[in-house]
Write a protein that binds this ligand. Structure first.
Ligand code: IPD
Ligand code: CA
Ligand code: CA
Length: 258
């Protein structure tokens, strides 16, 4: 187990180097949809990671954002990868993006890792062994009153038709909670719940590569993530996500559902 995590950490650090060292060629940015871009860095990190992961676990399946032929199944040992979570942040020099990686075997979560190369923060968890930030154990907060809670949310920027729902909910929560944050990288939002920087996070629709690793790390840090209906998160299709310290989960479910 330690060896697998160690290998993953090594690979993610190398992927982080690619992110830090590559200059974005603005002429090569591809627009996939409204405010939805892919840079040559996303593709370079993805190529590097897929190659490394397939060497590490032979015959494994890699589900990854910038691929046209993903196999959405956990039949084989499966990696779920976002080569760059927070591409808009990356393009804008915002320095808040991460590589997000989860591993499933026998249909079950095994490990999650989220690495932000800009501040060299490596979040890891091996199922059953706790969650760590740069090798130090992390835990969710114990806050129970929304008045004490810093809450992050995502705007689901690629489906703006749904914006009213998110922003109504956010106004209600903002009136009640300590303060609100919107970071632009869902994987980091979820691990920020895991390490207690925020108490909760919600987004109307995310892809499995945005939340699979964070979900595993959060559970190991004592937190909880579900859909907005309160059901367990699947990792083979897009989903709403509510990730909290556990104590405010019920209250937050009421907010996102009214
Ligand atoms: C996006 C980011 C963003 C979230 C979007 C995601 P990307 O991922 O996580 O915070 O609001 O829903 O798609 O496109 O930068 O990998
Ligand atoms: Ca993403
Ligand atoms: Ca991405």
């Amino acid at each position: 187990m330690d060896q697998l995590i160690e290998k993953i950490v090594e690979i993610l650090k190398q992927a982080g180097k690619i992110i830090l060292e590559c200059e974005i060629d603005k002429d090569k940015i591809i627009q996939k949809g409204t405010a939805n871009y892919v840079t040559q860095i996303d593709l370079e990190v993805q190529n590097f990671m897929v190659d490394q992961l397939r060497r590490l676990v032979l015959e494994s399946n890699v589900i990854t954002e910038e691929s046209a032929d993903n196999q959405f199944t956990l039949e084989k040992p499966t990696w779920i990868l976002d080569p760059v979570d927070g591409t808009t942040n990356l393009i804008r020099g915002y320095r808040h993006s991460a590589v997000s990686l989860a591993f499933f075997d026998h249909q079950k979560p095994v490990l999650g890792a989220v690495y932000n190369p800009f501040n060299d923060e490596m979040f890891t968890a091996y199922v059953g062994s706790g969650a760590y930030l740069n090798n130090k154990k992390i835990q969710v907060t114990k806050n129970q009153d929304l008045e004490d809670c810093l809450i992050a949310f995502g705007t689901t920027p690629y489906q703006r038709i749904q914006a009213a729902k998110t922003f109504h909910i956010t106004e209600d929560i903002f009136r009640k909670c300590l303060e609100i944050r919107r970071s632009g990288a869902a994987a980091l939002d979820i691990v920020y719940v895991a390490c207690g920087r925020v108490d909760g996070f919600y987004e109307y629709s995310l892809q499995p590569w945005d939340y699979a690793a964070g979900m595993i790390i959060l559970a190991e840090a004592g937190g909880l993530s579900t859909t907005w209906q309160g059901t367990p998160l699947g990792v083979l299709a897009p989903s709403s996500v509510l990730a909290t310290n556990g104590f405010i989960h019920k209250k937050m479910l009421d907010y996102v559902n009214h």
